[in-house]
Design a binder for this molecule. Structure first.
Ligand SMILES: Cc1cc2nc3c(=O)[nH]c(=O)nc-3n(C[C@H](O)[C@H](O)[C@H](O)COP(=O)(O)O)c2cc1C
Length: 338
């Protein structure tokens, strides 16, 4: 309610990336030593929500998706706000500034976002140092890795392996991101014949750390099922579906406004239907509950989370809903789920 007013009157007028950084300051403060225990006492998920998967215990099935905390600076705060896991990154082997600004836009009428951030991050070694310093025990920390922009797609494997080696010993799980629309050529790595050697190499580099692959909603159904089958074949522990979409179909925001924003991935409710479809396809292909399927895309309410769990998701993530619902989002979802 209060956040709604704040969003409509203040935040909506701010540059979205500036608002993100301002929000991150509040989140980091929520996770700081004197404040975190107080915040946590209001937000701690009910013990009945705990989920065991990947050999780990998640305090709630609901977590924050990759891209929100690219450099692992807000993990404690996000945990204090009630997220059961934080997927940091996308992290690349070589630090990089990302695309020129502006690169993040609101589709207010759709409660969505368009982004072409381009993996702005401080690099795998820096992320590893941050994770190493975290006092652990609450939220699960996953590390999402992607290809460095300056590295040619043909040399993607050693680049991903560098990030995997840096982060696997520290993260609770690793996610291979081959589905961002904002790194040229990246999504081409989803073709099964290129994806298999990449995932096999990362699998070897990750050792015993659980490994998942994150896929795009824009893949045809046959490719979704082929990737799911291959993931099982080479011993991956799970799959994350989905990233943002390059589609601009069915948006309420005017075509002219959308056009002006330019290239990027759409997130939030516009990706909801396809995200659920992809989850259903993956679960039909791999019914084994030991295979962890993380559903993400257009989840905003506890009913949305419940729908994904009922459709076979092991865990559920969200990002865009946080922008529209505010800091109590995870708490509200956890309360309603319990
Ligand atoms: C601004 C922004 C940045 C993102 N950055 C990443 C990223 O670095 N890596 C990644 O795998 N997904 C990234 N995503 C995609 C989200 O993790 C998620 O898959 C997608 O937004 C769909 O979920 P949502 O509808 O709840 O936002 C990003 C999304 C947004 C909105």
């Amino acid at each position: 309610m209060i956040y709604d007013l704040l969003f409509r009157n203040v935040l909506k007028r701010m540059d979205p990336e500036f608002a993100h950084h301002a929000g991150m300051l509040v989140i980091r403060a929520s996770g700081s030593a004197p404040i975190a225990p107080i915040v946590r006492s209001f937000t701690k998920p009910d013990p009945s929500l705990a989920v065991s998967t990947l050999g780990l215990t998640f305090p709630t099935p609901f977590g924050i998706a990759a891209g929100f905390d690219k450099n692992a600076v807000g993990v404690r705060g996000l945990e204090a706000l009630g997220f059961g896991h934080v997927e940091i990154g996308t992290v690349t082997a070589i630090p990089q500034p990302g695309n020129p600004k502006p690169r993040l836009f609101r589709l207010v009428a759709d409660r969505g976002l368009v982004n072409r951030m381009g993996f702005n991050n401080r690099g795998a070694a820096a992320a590893a140092r941050r994770i190493a310093r975290l006092r652990r025990g609450g939220a699960v920390v996953g590390a999402n890795i992607g290809k460095s922009r300056v590295v040619d797609v043909d040399n993607a494997i050693p680049d991903y392996v560098t990030s995997a080696r840096a982060l696997a010993p520290l993260a609770d799980y690793l996610a291979v991101n081959v589905s961002s629309p904002n790194t040229p050529g990246l999504r081409g790595l989803q073709a099964v014949e290129t994806l298999r050697p990449l995932l096999e190499a990362v699998r070897a580099a990750a050792g015993s750390t659980p490994l998942l692959v994150k896929i795009a909603p824009d893949l045809p159904d046959e490719e979704v099922t082929a990737i799911a089958r291959m993931a099982v074949d080479i011993g991956l522990d799970g799959l994350i579906a989905t990233n943002t979409t390059i589609s601009r179909e069915g948006l309420k925001t005017s075509a002219a406004e959308v056009e002006e924003m330019g290239a990027g991935g759409v997130s939030g409710p516009p990706v909801k239907v396809r995200s659920l479809e992809v989850l259903t396809l993956v679960r039909a292909e791999v019914p084994d509950p030991e295979f962890c399927v993380i559903s993400v895309g257009g989840v905003e309410t506890a009913a949305d989370v419940r729908e994904r769990l009922d459709a076979g998701a092991t865990l559920v993530q969200g990002y865009t809903g946080f922008i529209y619902r505010g800091p109590l989002w995870a708490r509200q979802i956890n309360r309603a789920l319990a």
